[in-house]
Design a protein around this ligand. Structure first.
Ligand code: PLP
Length: 433
C-alpha cells in the first residue's frame, strides 16, 4: 500500500518538474551568480528518505560518502553540515593526531574565503598569508617558498573559483619542508589537475555543498582522506568526540578500560568533539547531484567559452579566465579583473551589471588580512600581497551556471559589450591612429 502511494507521489513530483519555468526576459529576469540545478530525481529521493523515517545521519549519508569519495578518488569520506565545518574538522584532526601543535604556522592564500582562515585562528594556530598567482588566482609557489619558517607545519591549498592550484610545485615544496597538506576544494567540485581530481592529492581535503556551489545539498560539506587514522578521528570529531559511531551490537558492552569497564561504547567520548553531522535528507540530494556533476561542469565550460568568445576583443581592458594545459577548471563563477589600462572602474561596471539584473560578487574576501575581523589577529603576512590586493580592488565574478540559458548568455554578453564599447571607444580609437 505504502509503495503504491510512494509511486504515485513520485509520478506527481515528476509532473511538477515537467512544467517549464518562466521564460527568460532580458533585463527583467534576475541572473544570480548561482542557482541550484535540481529536478524530480533529487526531490523524489528526498521524499523517499523522509517517508522512510530517516531524518538524521544514517545509511543514505554513508551511501553519499562512498559515492563522493569514489568519484574524487579517496578511500574515506565523512560528510558534515558545511564546508566550514569540514575545514574545522580537517585542522582539528591534525591537532588530535599530534601532527600539529597550538602555535604552529599555517600557510594559506591571502585571497580567499573567510572560513579558510577562521578555523586556523579558532584552533590556536597562526595564519601565514601568501600572495596568489595572477593567472590562476591560487597560491604562488615562489611566495610559498619565501613564507616557510621553522614553525610552518601545514599548507592549505585552495582551488579558487574551480581553478586547480599548481599542485606539482606545491606538493614538491610540502614534501621538501615536511608540511602537512589540506586541499580546500569547496569551490572546485570535479576540477582536476593532470587528469587527477582535486581533493585526492593532500592528506585531507574539504568540499562544500552550499546552495551556491556546482552541486548542492542545501547546506553541507565533506572531508576526504586516504588515511584510516585521520578518517577515524574526523568521524569522532563530527559526532561529539565519540569513541566510534559504528559499533557492532556484539561489541557495544565489551571491556573498554579500567575506569569505564563495560560502559556502553556509544557514550564513551575520547576527545572534545563537535556535532556537525550531515543528515540523510541532505545526503539524498547529494547522491542525485553527484550523478550530474560532470554534465553540469561541461555546461559551465560551454557558457564560459561563449562569454570569452564575445569578450576577448576587450582583453586590453579586462582579464578573462585562461585555459591552461594540465588544469581542468570547473568554473564556480566567471571572473573578470579590470586591468589598469581600463578607462572605467570596477564600481562603474558592477553597478551597470546590477542595474541590468545581473548579480556580481567580489573575489570572496578579496585580501583576507585586510578584512576587519582578521587585521588584529596574530598573523604573518609575506610581502605586500600585490596580486591579492589587485583582486580585492579590481576583480568580480558573475554566474556561469547551467540555469543561464542561451538567451541569458546573449543578454549578459550584450550588456557587457555595450558597456565596454561605450567606455573604451576613445582609447581604442587613439590606439589605432
Ligand atoms: C574556499 C572556501 N572554503 C570554505 C567555504 C565554506 O563553505 P560553507 O559555506 O559550506 O561553510 C567556502 C564557501 O563558499 C569557500 O569558498
Amino acid at each position: 500500500m505504502k509503495q503504491t502511494i510512494l509511486k504515485k507521489i513520485h509520478r506527481l513530483v515528476k509532473e511538477f518538474y515537467r512544467i517549464p519555468s518562466s521564460k527568460f526576459e532580458p533585463g527583467k529576469t534576475y541572473i544570480g551568480i548561482s542557482a541550484p540545478i535540481y529536478d524530480y530525481h533529487e526531490a523524489n529521493h528526498l521524499i523517499a528518505t523522509l517517508l522512510s523515517g530517516r531524518l538524521s545521519l544514517g545509511p543514505v549519508t554513508k551511501e553519499f560518502e562512498k559515492a563522493f569519495s569514489e568519484y574524487i578518488g579517496t578511500r574515506y569520506g565523512i560528510a558534515v553540515n558545511s564546508g566550514t565545518s569540514a575545514n574545522i574538522l580537517a585542522i582539528a584532526t591534525l591537532l588530535e593526531a599530534g601532527e600539529l601543535e597550538r602555535g604552529d604556522e599555517v600557510i594559506l592564500p591571502a585571497a580567499t574565503f573567510s572560513s579558510v582562515a577562521s578555523p586556523i585562528i579558532q584552533l590556536g594556530l597562526k595564519p601565514v598569508y601568501v600572495d596568489v598567482d595572477p593567472l590562476t588566482y591560487n597560491l604562488d609557489p615562489n611566495e610559498v617558498r619565501k613564507a616557510i619558517s621553522s614553525k610552518t607545519k601545514l599548507l592549505i591549498i585552495v582551488h579558487s573559483l574551480g581553478h586547480p592550484a599548481n599542485l606539482s610545485e606545491l606538493l614538491r615544496i610540502a614534501k621538501h619542508y615536511k608540511l602537512k597538506i589540506i586541499e580546500d576544494c569547496c569551490e572546485a567540485h570535479g576540477a582536476s589537475y593532470k587528469n587527477r581530481k582535486v581533493g585526492s592529492f593532500g592528506g585531507l581535503a574539504t568540499f562544500s555543498f552550499y546552495v551556491a556551489h556546482n552541486i548542492t545539498t542545501g547546506e553541507g560539506g565533506i572531508v576526504l582522506t586516504n588515511n584510516p587514522r585521520y578518517a577515524k578521528i574526523v568521524r569522532s570529531l563530527r559526532e561529539f568526540g565519540r569513541f566510534s559511531e559504528d559499533i557492532a551490537p556484539s561489541n557495544r558492552f565489551s571491556y573498554y578500560d579500567k575506569y569505564l569497564k563495560n560502559y556502553d561504547k556509544k557514550y564513551i567520548f575520547e576527545r572534545a568533539g563537535y556535532n556537525v553531522r550531515m543528515t540523510d535528507l541532505a545526503a539524498s540530494l547529494g547522491i542525485e547531484q553527484l550523478k550530474k556533476l560532470d554534465y553540469l561542469n561541461q555546461k559551465r565550460r560551454k557558457i564560459v567559452s561563449f562569454f570569452v568568445k564575445y569578450l576577448k576583443k576587450y582583453k586590453d581592458f579586462i582579464q578573462l579566465p585562461e585555459k591552461l594545459p594540465d588544469y581542468f577548471h570547473s568554473y564556480y563563477g566567471f571572473l573578470i579583473v579590470i586591468k589598469k589600462e581600463a578607462p572605467f572602474s570596477r564600481l562603474q561596471l558592477v553597478k551597470y551589471l546590477e542595474k541590468n539584473n545581473i548579480e556580481t560578487r567580489p573575489f570572496f574576501a578579496g585580501c583576507l588580512p585586510d578584512q576587519p575581523g582578521f587585521r588584529m589577529v596574530p598573523k604573518r603576512v609575506v610581502g605586500n600581497l600585490p596580486v591579492s590586493r589587485w583582486l580585492r580592488d579590481q576583480a568580480f565574478f558573475i554566474g556561469c551556471h547551467p540555469a543561464i540559458d542561451l538567451d541569458a548568455q546573449k543578454f549578459i554578453t550584450k550588456v557587457l559589450q555595450d558597456f565596454l564599447e561605450k567606455h573604451t571607444l576613445k582609447k581604442r580609437f587613439l590606439k589605432n591612429l
